[in-house]
Write a protein that binds this ligand. Sequence first.
Ligand SMILES: Nc1ncnc2c1ncn2[C@@H]1O[C@H](COP(=O)(O)OP(=O)(O)O)[C@@H](O)[C@H]1O
Ligand SMILES: [Mg+2]
Length: 222
Amino acid sequence: MTGTAPFHITIQHRTPTPATITSPRHETFGWHCSAQDCPKRRAGYGHQDASLEDAADHERRQATALFTPGTLVVPVGPGGSGKSRFAAMFPSSWVVCLDELRERVSGDAGDQSATPEAAALQDLLVPARLKRGLTTVVDSTNVEARVRLGLVDHARQHGQPVAAVVFLTGLDTCLARNNRRPAGRRVPSPVLRWQREQTLAAVSLLPHEGFTDIRTVGGEQL
Ligand SMILES: Nc1ncnc2c1ncn2[C@@H]1O[C@H](COP(=O)(O)OP(=O)(O)O)[C@@H](O)[C@H]1O
Ligand SMILES: [Mg+2]
């Protein structure tokens, strides 16, 4: 893939709040799917509850159809770029999240001292699922080539495909979302900038790292 790679991911998430009321009986809510062949594109609903339920269901079906079953899905992106939002489209048992493992180990998702044990748990869970041919989403930044290579290795050892999903969300958006987080969950701004630089650098590295599928999300502010 090069810097001019097409926009691959077909799902655009919008905060699902009512956006337009076109008539009293026909409301259009603030989400849509950008897939060319999606029959629900710009779908309208009479009730917000129906819209939210259908949107969530639709999103799940779209997400699970994105990758070959058994794929190891590796989001790559800085804090606040939308990795966990993306991972949340998949059934929760498919997702291995370093933050969540840190919380299980230490009671605090932001406790960096728990990272080695959380990473050890991740290294147990990922191969256990790949061995069984189960699609697995690794919800962590994965901005370092060293970390990605370890994941590619797991997939290779079990003969499974491995997909990178690069989050090219604009820096301002990431910083603003990061600032809205509770203090203990905030990434220091210089670290977040570094993570974003690493993410941009990853775009040209990934094709040489053994990924079988490379997708990008966002990038409009590049
Ligand atoms: N495409 C999007 N549109 C609107 N809000 C989003 C989008 N992606 C993420 N968000 C919101 O931004 C915040 C940070 O996203 P998150 O997925 O937690 O980032 P990350 O896991 O990369 O740190 C969350 O509140 C999330 O709901
Ligand atoms: Mg996250």
